[in-house]
Ligand binder design. Structure first.
Ligand code: FAD
Length: 462
């Protein structure tokens, strides 16, 4: 329960209309897109309109020692926005302006509440793109996406969010405002705080403005679907495409459970009896796209695809990608709870990881569908379950542990793009060891000694 003075000071800074305290309102901020997480209502939700207001809110929170949880659209998959200790949810949705499109420097300056697709729509008017495109591109905010360092479908060729963040304005835990980085392509002045705050999940500071890199839109693109009667062959084909020096913009995999579920959901013409499909898109100049798509077709055939289809027009292409983008919502309809993981391995280890996931599913008698950004090694084993079934959930937890252990044993990582939040905190030692986790804590305590910013995420106070 917040002291009355805290609410009064918040209202004074932000106005009554930007301070929510009704229980029904608070309820909607008690969870995010993460499955099987304990919900917790905040005491208040505030929506600042400027960097200065964010700084004022942080100062109030510090004065009264109230935790603050920055929040965009709440689509993260690691429990990152759940206000675990109550306190203030800081909704960034009112800071939603695209402040500048700079065509000479190929940058955009945006506020954190801008939806990623809005930036892309604006960039498209200038023949440019902002490549990071998580599945939630039409709902997720730039602030949330930068704070999670989102990946997405185009990671293989274009990289992830951190490769496009050039400058940040940040409100620190002490209420001071810093600006780091900028529009220069080169910048090695001091420590790289832009990199540090990108992917910090709101635990080190609050991002109120960002300068992002844009790139010229590719001239054209072509999508190729490879159908496999064997999951291993599909896994091997991924490495073969890259080995042949083709770097597709997107190279995705869907296994049998995913294909069948998605097909019933969107009717894209996916083969219902296939064990796996690979969906590949090459983009760039017309001549290059022609050459590369022919090469991809040939490699898929050589690697044992039973069928290879090239999308003949935009309509066919869009349908294929709609199918891929629908994987999670479609799977989510099968059982009440969908536990989505994003353990990631070097791409050469994809066949091994697929085998490990299959073994884990059999061992624990669980239904695990796998799809994901196979070209960058980022698989999404998705456990279809029911959080009310305690026996099954125990098996789910064991399976998740084993998926992480399997990925790390193959030289991979706990998270390719969904971040750590609450969900994966307990596993950090597996990847970094005790000394590594201590480094994370030292950084947290240097910037937020009282654990006020998004507490209970990534690192916990001892
Ligand atoms: C169906 C589905 C598909 C998805 N597909 C992908 C995918 O392909 N790739 C991928 O990477 N992710 C994916 N995600 C995860 C998620 O959509 C992304 O991480 C997204 O970028 C989060 O944006 P958001 O606005 O919802 O952030 P939120 O969920 O609101 O916040 C995310 C984190 O950022 C912090 N935060 C938010 N705003 C700020 C700020 N201004 N300053 C500091 N910290 C802040 C929050 O405290 C939290 O820790 C998917 C999620 C769903 C539900």
């Amino acid at each position: 329960m917040l002291a009355r003075e805290v609410l009064e000071e918040l209202v004074q800074v932000l106005g009554r209309e930007n301070v929510l305290t009704e229980q029904e309102d608070l309820l909607t901020y008690s969870y995010d897109a993460t499955a099987a997480m304990k919900h917790q209502k905040p005491d208040v939700v505030v929506s600042p309109l400027s960097t200065e207001q964010v700084a004022e809110v942080v100062k109030i929170a510090q004065r009264y020692q109230v935790p603050i949880y920055p929040r965009g659209s709440g689509t993260n998959l690691s429990g990152g926005t759940i206000p675990v200790q109550g306190g203030i949810v800081l909704s960034m949705l009112n800071l939603n302006k695209i402040l500048e499109m700079d065509q000479d420097n190929l940058t955009a300056t945006v506020q954190p509440g801008v939806i990623i697709q809005e930036l892309n729509d604006e960039a498209a008017k200038h023949g440019l793109i902002y490549p990071p495109d998580p599945g939630t591109v039409t709902t997720a905010t730039m602030g949330g996406s930068v704070s999670e360092c989102s990946g997405g479908l185009r990671g293989l060729k274009y990289g992830v969010t951190k490769h496009y963040i050039m400058g940040l304005t940040i409100v620190l835990a002490n209420g001071k405002i810093i600006r780091w980085g900028g529009k220069t392509v080169k910048n090695v002045t001091g420590y790289d705080l832009v990199a540090l705050f990108t992917g910090a999940e709101g635990t080190l500071g609050i991002i109120t403005e960002m300068i992002v890199k844009l790139i010229p839109a590719p001239e054209t693109r072509k999508s190729v679907l490879g159908v496999f009667d064997n999951l291993d062959k599909a896994g091997n084909a991924i490495a073969a495409i890259i080995r042949n020096k083709v770097i597709p913009a997107t190279l995705e995999i869907m296994d049998k459970v995913t294909i069948q579920t998605v097909e019933h959901f969107v009717h894209a013409g996916l083969p219902l009896n296939a064990e796996a499909v690979l969906l590949c898109e090459v983009d760039g100049y017309k001549e290059v796209v022609e050459r590369e798509s022919v090469l991809v077709e040939r490699i898929l055939q050589e690697e044992g695809a039973v069928e290879v289809k090239v999308a003949k027009n935009d309509q066919e292409r869009d349908l294929l990608w709609l199918a891929r983008r629908s994987a999670l919502p479609a799977l989510a309809q099968k059982r009440p709870t969908t536990v989505l993981e994003d353990a990631t391995v070097p791409r050469s280890k994809i066949p091994d990881m697929l085998k490990i996931i299959r073994k884990i599913a059999d061992k624990h008698n669980l239904q695990i569908a796998t799809f994901g950004h196979a070209g960058d090694g980022n698989l999404h084993p998705t456990i279809l379950t029911d959080e009310r079934d305690q026996d099954e959930m125990q098996r789910v937890h064991l399976a998740v542990d084993e998926i992480f252990q399997g990925a790390i044993a193959l030289g991979g990582t706990l998270s390719g793009e969904h971040g750590i939040g609450i969900a994966k905190m307990g596993f950090l030692g597996l990847e970094f060891g005790e000394a590594g986790v201590e480094v994370l804590k030292h950084i947290k305590e240097a910037l937020d000694p009282n654990y006020m910013l998004n507490p209970g995420k990534i690192v916990r106070r001892d």
